[in-house]
Design a protein around this ligand. Structure first.
Ligand code: C5P
Length: 222
């Protein structure tokens, strides 16, 4: 059995992490949430009053930053310099600054280095924006997940309410649209479907449907 690499990319709140986690579990692969890495750096920058526009300061900060992704009972846990920030990195302050932090070449180069080290032995499901195009361009399976922005905002809203987080549907939709715009229009490795990625529009699919589709493609390659 070959331990393949599965890259899952797509716009914000398209369900990437939800399905990636399940697929990784089914295959006993590791799951890497690259968005959590950019979010962790953003959190640390905000805490240290470093501007999301200051590329060299962010790169220096990243060089003294340890980001660990560990499996937990209820999904992946994220540790920033040894502290559990799993919840904190989902707060609006982080979400609304992360695209700014992520646009810088020096930040991305180091993040991609770390992500490639995670993926080097295979047996990995990695989600993000540039996994199929830059991080693992020779991944055995590349998936690009899509859903309408209305559906994505609604899913995130429902998720927030279930977790008792404050949530405003209209505002969520605006934030998602802005984040997609910034992520798609940046110069360095923008959000883009890899030429050889398989597109799955999840708008009218259940989580289970999407997982099954990806598992079928994966099994063809293992
Ligand atoms: O996946 P998630 O929504 O948590 O990602 C947060 C942000 O991190 C994205 O909006 C994007 O700006 C950045 N990101 C990125 N490249 C990745 C993963 C995330 O630029 N591979």
């Amino acid at each position: 059995n070959q331990k393949i690499r599965i890259a899952i990319d797509g716009p914000a709140a398209a369900g990437k992490s939800t399905v990636a986690k399940i697929v990784a579990e089914r295959l006993s692969y590791i799951y890497i949430d690259t968005g959590a890495m950019y979010r962790s750096l953003t959190l640390k920058a905000l805490d240290n009053q470093i501007s999301p526009n200051n590329e060299s300061a962010l790169a220096d900060l990243l060089n003294v930053t340890m980001i660990e992704l560990k499996p937990g009972i209820e999904g992946q846990l994220v540790y920033l310099d040894g502290v559990d920030v799993t919840k904190k990195i989902r707060e609006a302050s982080v979400t609304n600054n992360v695209s700014e932090v992520s646009k810088h070449r020096l930040v991305r180069e180091e993040m991609v280095r770390r992500q490639q080290a995670f993926a080097k032995d295979g047996g990995v499901v990695m989600d993000g924006r540039d996994i199929g195009t830059h991080v693992i361009p020779n991944a055995e399976l590349k998936i690009f997940l899509l859903a309408s922005v209305e559906e994505r905002a609604l899913r995130r809203h429902t998720e927030n309410l279930a977790k008792n987080y404050p949530s405003d549907l209209n505002q969520l939709q605006k934030e998602i649209e802005l984040r997609d715009k910034l992520d798609s229009e940046r110069e360095v490795s923008p959000l883009k479907k890899a030429d050889d990625a398989i597109v799955i529009d999840t708008t009218s699919l259940t989580i289970q449907d999407v997982v099954n589709k990806i598992m079928n493609f994966a099994n063809e390659r293992i």
